[in-house]
Design a protein around this ligand. Structure first.
Ligand code: UD1
Length: 400
């Protein structure tokens, strides 16, 4: 019997939960099927507590069937340095006690970087899921987290070829890179049925294709009064033509109060953050998504819902090249939405390897790591592995 592989999986903030869920389910399946000679995986789930509200955290555990974490570090909010330092000091003793073979981190939040730093210095191998994404904008705290995490991780698991190209440009050896596809789509496909049973549209009294779904929380959009006032003005204007559904992140809600912005008289429907199934239903059935979230750029691409991203750049260019995403400035919002309402939007296609099988490829990469004959794929190999001319996913495209 091969020696089991102990893996600490780290999740800290809302966008992490839909990335660890399919990995935990995949590990359970792998262990059931593991025959003599194949190593079993012992998972150990660490929640750093970066997000802690019921609506930012617990609801995702319940909806995604994630088991209770083995440890919750309960770090809570704070400045970047405070939050990062707290995660590090509380994570180190867990690594000392558990002695894992791997620490697996996902995405680009402070928890991702903090746990990578700890594990790396303890010479525990680190695997990074969603490696290689770059916005090339160091104003984004997530870009710093991505750069640090990828420069230290031992196994860089990329969602798309642009990730491989970015890493190679930075001098990362091919032997550390593996193109595995988009883990977010594993969760999306596994939850499609439940999302289709969501009652969110009737609860909000909106009809399919007759509302706009908005989420905004990036400091660059919401932390300046001038920017937030312009954004809310534009949505107030739009809401006269079509209902606007805006589940509000706690950061955005706090800034509205702090800046004394009153949206009481507009038709913007500001609600509490929604759970995963409701968010998928809103993304699938809205006329258009307006967002600054990375995950929503991907989910709207999958559903072929037009997406307007209020950012000057994206670390997910495939959502623009293949998918339905377009970057816009606040000043262009009204004009762009009018174009969408007039039907001149791009619906795009589903990119390659957005097929629901990414967790299986990640588990395979972990189990085979360092074994003789292992083939770590590279850009060329992955291109070769894809049928000629195929630039989109093998998953059937959902009808709009
Ligand atoms: C973090 C991530 C960001 C991700 C986002 C998703 C970093 C650097 N940023 O940003 O990449 O897109 O999560 O939501 O890691 N708060 C609550 N309850 C919570 C969590 C936060 O009320 O459960 C409040 C806190 O008062 C805090 C503010 O929201 O000040 C922002 O939270 P924080 O975790 O610092 O960053 P996010 O903006 O959520």
């Amino acid at each position: 019997m091969a020696k089991p592989i102990k893996v600490i999986l780290v999740a800290g903030a809302r966008p992490n939960f839909m990335k660890v869920a399919p990995l935990l389910h995949g590990i359970a399946r792998h262990n059931q099927q593991a025959v003599n000679g194949t190593a079993r995986i012992i998972p150990f789930l660490v929640h750093t507590g970066q997000h802690y509200d019921e609506k930012m955290s617990a609801v995702f555990f319940a909806e995604l069937g994630i088991p209770a974490p083995d440890v919750n570090l309960e770090v809570g909010s704070g400045s970047h340095a405070v939050q990062t330092a707290n995660i590090m000091t509380r994570f180190e003793p867990i690594c000392e006690r558990e002695k894992p073979d791997w620490v697996l981190v996902v995405g680009d939040v402070n928890s991702t970087m903090a746990c990578t730093l700890v594990a790396s210095k303890m010479r525990i191998k680190v695997a990074h899921v969603e490696a290689g994404l770059r916005s090339f904008d160091r104003e984004m705290p997530e870009e710093i987290n991505r750069l640090v995490t990828d420069s230290l991780a031992d196994l860089l698991l990329t969602p798309s070829e642009d990730g491989n190209e970015n890493l190679q440009r930075e001098g990362v050896p091919l032997s550390r890179i593996r193109l595995v596809g988009n883990i977010m789509i594993d969760s999306l496909l596994a939850n499609l049925e439940k999302a289709s049973q969501s009652t969110v549209l009737s609860r909000l009294k909106v009809e399919k294709r007759r509302f706009i779904y908005v989420t905004l929380h990036r400091p660059s959009n919401v932390d300046s009064k001038e920017s937030l006032v312009s954004i809310m003005r534009a949505f107030a204007e739009i809401s006269r033509k079509m209902p606007v559904v805006f589940p509000m992140h706690p950061r955005t809600r706090a800034r509205l109060a702090e800046f004394g912005i009153d949206v009481g008289k507009s038709n913007i429907n500001i609600i509490e953050p929604v759970g995963y199934h409701d968010s998928l239903a809103l993304t699938r059935h809205s006329r258009c998504v307006v967002t600054d979230s990375g995950g929503l750029q991907e989910e709207s691409t999958f559903f072929r819902t037009p997406c307007l991203t209020l950012r000057p750049n994206t670390e997910r260019p495939i959502t623009m090249i293949v998918g339905s995403n377009r970057l816009i400035k606040v000043g262009e919002l009204l004009e762009r939405l009018d174009a969408v309402l007039a039907g001149s939007e791009t619906l795009g296609q589903v990119p390659p390897l957005w097929d629901g099988k990414t967790s299986g490829r990640i588990i395979e990469a972990l189990v085979n790591y360092g074994t003789e004959g292992q083939s770590i794929s590279n850009v060329g190999e992955n291109k070769a592995a894809m049928p000629a001319g195929r630039t989109t996913s093998s998953v059937p495209t959902l009808q709009r």
